[in-house]
Design a protein around this ligand. Sequence first.
Ligand code: PMP
Length: 305
Amino acid sequence: MADRDGYIWFDGQLVPWREATVHGLTHSLHYGMGAFEGERAYATPRGAAIFRLTEHTRRLFNSAKILQMDMPYTEAEINAATKKVIRANQLQSAYIRPLLFYGAEGMGLSAKGLKVHVLIAAWTWGSYLGQEALERGIRVKVSSYSRHHVNIHLCKAKATGNYMNSMLAQREAAHGGYDEALLLDREGYVAEGSGENVFMVRNGTLYTPTLTSALEGITRDTILGFARDAGIPLVEKQLTRDEFYIADEAFFTGTAAEVTPIRELDNRSIGNGRRGPITEALQSRYFDTVTGRRDDHPEWLHYTD
Ligand code: PMP
């Protein structure tokens, strides 16, 4: 990732990609306190557009607030910088990674007086779980790791340290031959994937877990809006793993994973083991919206020129 051409916005300036480096005593590297975002720009008929940029930037600022990290820029500055990164790298479609972290000015847990650094990188990144996954769906295993208890890690922050839990779960699933993990909360209810929110469909109703131990996903919010528009009955509640076993359809949502059908959970086929009709309808509306083929939400597309 480090050895490539391009530019990264780093503390207010565009820096050549290979020079966007940090010192080994960078505080966030040691204790894992930092925050980030994952955003996507898509090629549209009017040029590259960042999907729901302002909501992602808002969530980054909310993460900083939760973690009590002083953000040295305004939301407007970060929005403008994000667009600048897309332009500077001449990208049409991209994954975008803003990151907020403490510098190397001192050690110790208080992080007092440390500089808060911000960088924004962007690069071309295809579908996270593979193109085939979007059509055929993926095989998922309930993780032996629990999702964070709300008083251990704060799940409304997209905090760097939270992702150690995600990595452990993802690796365990991959080593077992599965595509992704589904994590339960400390009470045993379904929380989310390692980097995705989760939905299921049963008898025409769309269900998704309440957000106690899960990130407030922006894709989740997008899909909930589509379901409301389409008149699909919608229930947000605590869900158990066996409710998913007997669901007609299930899928993950996330900026990276987009809308990925789940065809199997814990070696049980979900529905007929293929992408279901409601999943397919929501997924195609998602792709039509992000790529500007539908313009019923123009406020979600942030053009970069
Ligand atoms: N949960 C977790 C743990 C995630 O990392 C992500 C990806 N940011 C999501 C859910 C989905 O969030 P979004 O739709 O905003 O990308």
